[in-house]
Design a protein around this ligand. Structure first.
Ligand code: AHR
Length: 506
């Protein structure tokens, strides 16, 4: 008879990885498909506010508690003229958008996005075009957004109705410059030199900014990780973060292998950390480079149908992946991976936020609704703020096509000292079996169980639609807490959020 599956974990408040930088719960809006037009902005919609922003979408973004949102791209960035998107809307040019082969109307631009972000309580992570443009456009843009006034570009902003600067703190130096699909693709040497000089000019305008240099557009690129090493060799003292991008898909319909893919993400993060530290050693630098995982998600469902989209239309339904239940489990596991790297991953952006490979969907002139992946993202963002603890996990393991020794259980825990709360996030990847887990939480004296939320479904391929939320969490999880021992039966293929709090009655 096979041995019964069981797992144990010890969580101790003194075993800490690092304080979670809340910006790991960031997201991304690109001028792509219906993300902007028909997504966040739809002036004719019955729920549009005075600026044309959909209030239902703003409410959903607020529910996700998104701290920072990257803008305006993405691949689109590499041939974007930011000047097209400011000033009187009626004077803004229509352009061929080369990355996604659509028409960009420029009705929305930098100022409107800054306004929208305020409404969603998010910060802007702005990106400068280092594909077709460079130092000059970047220094002008930051003068426009961040300089108080009395100069050409800052006064132009004022004349556009924005008296106060936007004071955007976080800036990306280009996007995926290693990719052959990028307009203005660059070798690591070309990019590294340009990024360094652009960083220098931007910091002369505003020394308080933080800068992100592009790493590889995925760990599958043939130039990975040399691209990172060379780029950092040029930019190490000028930038604060190196970017990582990665998307996964279940192309071969092998759920066991698919659900293990956050192990690949873990490998990717570890390799980039090693590369950063190699350059640190090479330069005898005291500075530690941090990671900005500013594009991550599942992306594969829409790839085939996107081939059939007519070019040169306005806001076509591009990259509209309809996420199923198994996708939400992998998204949960990827969030756990970020928490396990809280000491080095300081920003991460779920790509993207609305309609385009997104947790939030809208119908043009209609409803908005939550995809399956909305839930783990929301849980982690809302409850995962505090100190990431180092769980001592003992989990049964399995082998899949690409991975060996995959723990059936992924686990991360966040201790919010101020609120006296601990939240444990767990995924059970077993396709057939529930797994009981005993969690030793004795160091959390006086804590009581608040909730055990579970996202589960008999059908791995279940999807949500505008009219039916087939996949949504319930709060009837099995967790019990007695004498510092938390006993949980983790249902097969499930995402679990277990919340403990001290002195519940207060
Ligand atoms: O998020 C979709 C696209 O994926 C982005 O435009 C690009 O940066 C990446 O390749």
């Amino acid at each position: 008879m096979p041995e019964a599956l069981k797992a144990t974990v010890i969580l101790d408040k003194s075993h800490q990885i690092a304080k979670v930088d809340e910006r790991i719960y960031g997201s991304f809006i690109e001028h792509l498909g219906r993300a902007v037009y028909g997504g966040i902005y739809e002036p004719g919609h019955p729920l549009a506010d005075e600026q044309g922003f959909r209030k239902d979408v703003i409410e959903l973004v607020k529910e996700l508690n998104v701290p920072i949102i990257r803008y305006p791209g993405g691949n689109m960035l590499s041939s974007y003229n930011w000047e097209d998107g400011v000033g009187p809307v009626e004077d803004r040019p229509r352009r061929l958008e080369l990355a996604w082969r659509t028409i960009e109307t420029n009705e929305m631009g930098t100022n409107e996005f800054a306004d929208w972000s305020k409404k969603t309580n998010s910060e802007v992570m702005m990106a400068v075009n280092l594909g077709t443009r460079g130092i000059d456009a970047a220094r002008n843009l930051i003068e426009y957004t961040n300089h108080p006034g009395g100069t050409y570009w800052s006064d132009l902003r004022k004349s556009h109705g924005y008296e106060a600067p936007h004071n955007i703190k976080t800036w990306c130096l280009g996007n995926e410059m290693d990719g052959p699909w990028q307009v203005g693709q660059k070798t690591a040497h070309e990019y590294g030199r340009l990024a360094k000089e652009t960083a220098k000019a931007m910091r002369l305008v505003d020394p308080t900014i933080e800068l992100v240099a592009c790493g590889s557009s995925s760990s599958d690129m043939p130039t990975f990780p040399e691209y990172e090493a060379t780029t950092l060799d040029h930019t190490y003292e000028e930038v604060d973060y190196i970017s990582l991008h990665q998307y996964y898909g279940n192309y071969s319909n092998d759920p066991a292998n698919y659900l293990a893919k956050n192990m690949d993400m873990d490998y990717f993060i570890n390799t980039v950390i090693s590369t950063c530290d190699y350059i640190k050693a090479k330069k005898r630098s005291k500075k530690t480079m941090y990671l900005s995982f500013d594009e991550w998600n599942v992306w594969y469902h829409s790839k085939e149908s996107d081939q059939k989209i007519e070019p040169w239309t306005i806001a076509p339904p591009q990259l509209e992946d309809h996420y199923n239940f198994e996708d939400s489990l992998l998204v949960g596991s990827m969030l756990i991976t970020f928490l396990q790297h809280a000491d080095r991953v300081k920003m991460a952006c779920l790509a993207q936020l609305v309609n385009v490979i997104a947790p939030i969907m809208t119908e043009n002139n209609g409803r908005s609704w939550k995809q399956t992946i909305f839930y783990p993202y929301m849980h982690a963002s809302v409850y995962g703020r505090g100190i990431s603890l180092q769980p001592i996990l003992n989990s049964p393991k399995y082998d899949s096509k690409d991975f060996t020794d995959v723990p059936y259980i992924d686990c991360a825990a966040v201790y919010n000292e101020e609120n006296e709360e601990v939240t444990i996030f767990m995924v059970n990847k077993h396709l057939q079996e529930a797994i009981p887990i005993s969690c030793n939480v004795k160091s959390f004296d006086g804590y009581q169980l608040v909730e055990h939320a579970v996202l589960e479904n008999e059908d791995l391929k279940a999807v949500n639609t505008a009219s039916h939320q087939a996949v949504s969490p319930h709060s009837n999880g099995s967790a019990t807490l007695n004498d510092g021992l938390l006993e949980v039966n983790l249902s097969k293929t499930s995402w679990n959020v277990i919340r403990l709090k001290r002195n519940l009655q207060n």
